[in-house]
Design a protein around this ligand. Structure first.
Ligand code: IMP
Ligand code: MG
Length: 198
């Protein structure tokens, strides 16, 4: 009874954004959960026999919901840390700048970078370079989304959630001007929502 009320409330809440600003839902909450479960199992199998600890480095802020979903399915003795690098201003890619660095010393560690989406690839490529320079033993990448068409540098995720078309998406952590991160799904924003009002 109570459960039904909660589900209905959630549906209404989701529908509010859908009707207002979202053109179409690309990837549902259930699909994200299922894919995260598969990726978590794959990561667990791949790292099971390693003796060095595994550090998951999540890039703020967009990868936080994906990190939270993914780690439920990684059955290993992992640690988590965060980095914040500048990425998009509006819908244009910009050069990266480190805003928040890691708190963990990563010398000799195996790192799994957790990213929401790889587009041009510039952000993640720079981050990988920085982490190796700091003495990481190995850096792999897990990304929820991949926009292959947008690629400008040669980089690819070792673990890839979903391939998507070259269109701007929001939800499940991904934002447009800091909005829409709370959507439980990944969706395409209506074009009129890009027009920034003063
Ligand atoms: P890249 O350096 O072009 O690969 O940019 C990756 C970063 O840009 C991601 O971490 C996102 O923060 C942002 N980004 C790229 N595409 C999108 C999108 O479609 N929606 C929201 N953010 C995006
Ligand atoms: Mg990002």
């Amino acid at each position: 009874m109570c459960y039904n009320i909660l589900v209905n409330e959630k549906r209404n809440y989701t529908a509010m954004w859908e009707n207002k600003d979202i053109k179409k839902i690309l990837i549902s909450e259930d699909q994200i959960r299922e894919r995260s479960r598969e990726l978590g199992a794959q990561i667990t199998a791949d790292y099971r026999d390693r003796t060095e600890p595994l550090l998951l480095v999540a890039l703020l802020r967009g990868s936080v919901p994906f990190l939270a979903e993914l780690i439920k399915y990684i059955d290993l003795d992992i640690q988590v840390d965060f980095m914040d690098v500048s990425s998009y201003q509006g819908t244009q890619s910009t050069d990266i700048r480190i805003i928040k660095d890691l708190d963990t010393s990563i010398k000799g560690m195996n790192i799994l970078l957790v990213e929401d989406i790889i587009d041009t690839g510039k952000t993640i490529k720079e981050v990988v370079k920085t982490l190796l320079h700091k003495g990481a033993n190995e850096v792999r990448i897990v990304a929820l989304l991949n926009k292959q068409e947008g690629r400008k540098v040669d980089v690819k995720a070792d673990y890839n959630g979903f391939e998507i078309e070259n269109e701007f998406v929001v939800g499940f952590g991904l934002d447009f001007n800091q909005r829409y991160r709370c959507l439980p799904y990944v969706g395409v924003l209506k074009e009129e929502c890009y027009q920034v009002k003063e």
